[in-house]
Design a binder for this molecule. Structure first.
Ligand code: 2P0
Length: 355
């Protein structure tokens, strides 16, 4: 900013989230409206989160953004939607300490600079738009003194990236698909807060640091257009699963939670295979991790670990307690010794300090 001109800033942090009932498929591409509800766990911000600072000053001639130190374009429709929707709701700001007063109507003329960092290596293939857009919307809202509740903010974050609407909250979150055409009821709600089910431990096994070949956005578009299994999944399978998952979360029922989580991950990847041309997100190492967990779960007669895979080969493994997490790490290190395998690293998050 030029000398004598003020700058006002706000900073926020949002973790990414892992879906245990998956979002896959849109009914409206522009508004990002899904074809089914989804449920996720928001992770510990110490491990996988975005930190964003937004600044506003009369000396900024345009909106600009830097991601992990590199300037990126804000011209995309998704950024523009989020900026527009937050600006629309901006309120008067009166910062007495700095002697800065911004009237509601001034926000239209003021430009912002946005600086965002992920606290995990983008190269790890875990880069997620979920944390980024949730953080952007939340922090812009803070700067502009937006009064809307978290449901409304989630609906704005959704227009940046579908999964981002779930990262507005910590704990366990449901994204309700909604019925309307304008998306006003396609919002996220918190099912249980950060303190709920503290014993869960989440381990992410980084199978490959390569960028995925098929983006989620184009992958799910192809699935909607070509996969008959996707329609069956969205209409017949997911509604029941969502009810059962809510019940499992509420009652700390790990057996049910694990069975539903694994089944839903496998069905999502089955839909990917059912897409034309087929989409392969998992690789041999992913499949070997599934076998390891399935054998262990089967030998104990009840689930010891839940697994879930998103649009890439990395495994997200959920243990009911520290004992099982330790046993799992032991097995992973034995079967996938880091030096001679493409399974390069493990990230461990404690649910008790999650979010
Ligand atoms: C999910 N995924 O529920 C699912 C499971 C990947 C597999 O949400 O087009 O980046 O921005 O709405 O949110 C990834 O899709 O896609 C995703 P857009 P998004 O977490």
């Amino acid at each position: 900013a030029e000398e004598g001109q003020w700058v006002l800033m706000a900073t926020g942090r949002s973790p990414t989230n892992i879906a245990v009932i998956k979002y896959w498929g849109k009914r409206d591409e522009a508004l990002i409206l899904p074809i089914n509800d989804s449920i996720s766990v928001t992770l510990d911000p110490d491990h996988l989160s975005a930190t964003t600072t937004v600044a506003v000053s009369p000396s900024f001639p345009s909106d600009r953004m830097w991601l992990n130190g590199k300037e990126i374009s804000l011209s995309g429709g998704r950024f523009q939607s989020c900026l527009r929707e937050i600006r629309k709701r901006a309120q008067d700001v009166d910062d007495e300490n700095k002697g800065i007063r911004i009237k509601k109507e001034d926000w239209e003329k003021l430009h912002v600079h946005i600086v965002s960092y992920n606290n995990f290596p983008t190269a790890a293939g875990l880069a997620s738009s979920a944390a980024g857009f949730a953080c952007l919307v939340f922090t812009l809202g803070k700067l502009m003194n937006v009064k809307e509740d978290y449901g409304e903010l989630s609906s704005i974050a959704r227009q940046g990236s579908g999964s981002a609407c779930r990262s507005i909250y910590g704990g366990f979150v449901k994204w309700c698909m909604g019925k309307s055409n304008d998306g006003s009821d396609s919002i996220a709600v918190q099912l249980a807060d950060e303190a709920h089910w503290n014993d869960l431990v989440i381990i992410i096994a980084v199978v490959s640091s390569k960028q995925k070949e098929t983006s989620s956005t184009s992958g799910m578009r192809d699935s909607v257009e070509t996969s008959p299994l996707l329609q069956y999944r969205a209409q017949t399978i997911v509604p029941n699963r969502v009810l059962k998952m809510e019940e499992a979360i509420k009652s700390h029922n790990f057996e049910s939670f694990a069975r539903l989580t694994c089944a839903d991950s496998n069905q999502f990847h089955a839909v990917c295979l059912d897409t034309s041309p087929p989409i392969f997100y998992m690789n041999d190492t992913s499949h070997r991790i599934i076998s390891l967990v399935e054998k262990w779960n089967h030998s104990e007669g009840t689930p010891q670990i839940a697994y879930t895979f998103d649009a890439g080969p990395n495994a997200v493994l959920i243990a009911p307690n520290r004992k099982n997490a330790a046993l799992l790490l032991q097995k992973l290190l034995y079967y996938f010794p880091p030096q001679d395998n493409d399974l390069s690293s493990y990230m461990v998050g404690d649910k008790s300090i999650l979010s």
